[in-house]
Design a protein around this ligand. Sequence first.
Ligand code: SF4
Ligand code: ZN
Length: 418
Amino acid sequence: IRVTVTAIPIPMACSPAFEGKSIRKEEMYAEFGGGRSPAFELLRVRPEAEVEDGKVTVIGPEIETIPEGSAAPLGIVIEVAGKTMKKEYEPVLERRIHNFVNYGEGSWHVAQRDLIWVRLSKEAVKNGVRVEHIGKLLASKFRIDFPDLLDAVQVTLITDPEQVLTAKKEAEAIYDERDARIKGMKDDDADTFYSCTLCQTFAPDHVCVITPERPGLCGAISWLDGKIAYEISPAGANQPVQKGGLISAENGEFEGVNRFVRKASHGAIERCQLYNFMEYPMTACGCFEVIALVLPEVNGIMVVNREYKGETPSGMSFSTLAGTIGGGVQTPGFAGISKSYILSDRFLQAEGGIDRLVWMPSVLKEELASRLKERLKAQGKGDLFEKIADERNAETIEALTEFLAGVDHPALTMDSIL
Ligand code: SF4
Ligand code: ZN
């Protein structure tokens, strides 16, 4: 590959060519997040006077005092100012942190929001790379890539354990506010969806089709965000997708969507059904917050989130499953999804709806509890919540079969899922 290295004053080469390169455990100096330590990222617009362009602050230990091989906490807070910059643009720009950190030859980034996982390589640290340089890289790349939008960018990197936790709480409230902005919008009311192909840099045929009721699988891009991103950069990674003629309302299949996906996947994907994942599911890059998959033995579907490290009744952990379905391929019976999609009316629509959901880790269940209960109650299924198993009552398929029979789970008497 020919590498064009942008001159950012840090002791590490920086180019989109490095984006597909991962940092293995043996190669890593230290890591941040990934379920091993608290971490998050947040981008916010601030008044001009409060943002000093190029300023990078590290609050807490620098790399010299972070032991080799350890997992340290990290908060990435980016504050931007610009006359045409708007609050609505925040999530769209925030998603670029993922790409930019991966541009560094010795820095690596996966996932989003409070799920991020960042690594710095031994090689990079040996060459003098410090936590501060991630900030320098981000500040520079945001200015270079959004010259019309941003006049000033400052970055704060928090490595102090207590301060990360406090700032993470605040960030989580902001993520919730963003998710609430799209609440109530329906797919039927939109004749245009939005695509996202940001992840094609490492999953070349991957296309997210984002609808009001189905956010991008990373959970960081909603339909509104896609619309806004297209407004900011009309030739960018988010394009309008005309729904076109209806092929199947139940499966969520549209002529226009298929046409778009065929082209954007370079011919690799012929059909893409938005509400059915048994035959032509959306492709999965690797950023999914949650994996949904069929459990034929119990005629149901389970979901597992990135934070859950244990085994699941499928016999596979999240990381094993992620290795199986990622890379931008279409895997029938499996789907990479966002957490909030579980709360959507469209979730499992073609499979018979939420009644199919038989298992989810208790952490995810607790996180979604109040919103999921509210949704189930509205559908007259108030008792379903307790019938969804988790690892505390079923870790294997045998235990799950027994649990579901015991609670008389509706999936057991539904049409065969295969
Ligand atoms: Fe875009 Fe999908 Fe990647 Fe999220 S996962 S950045 S929506 S392509
Ligand atoms: Zn991705």
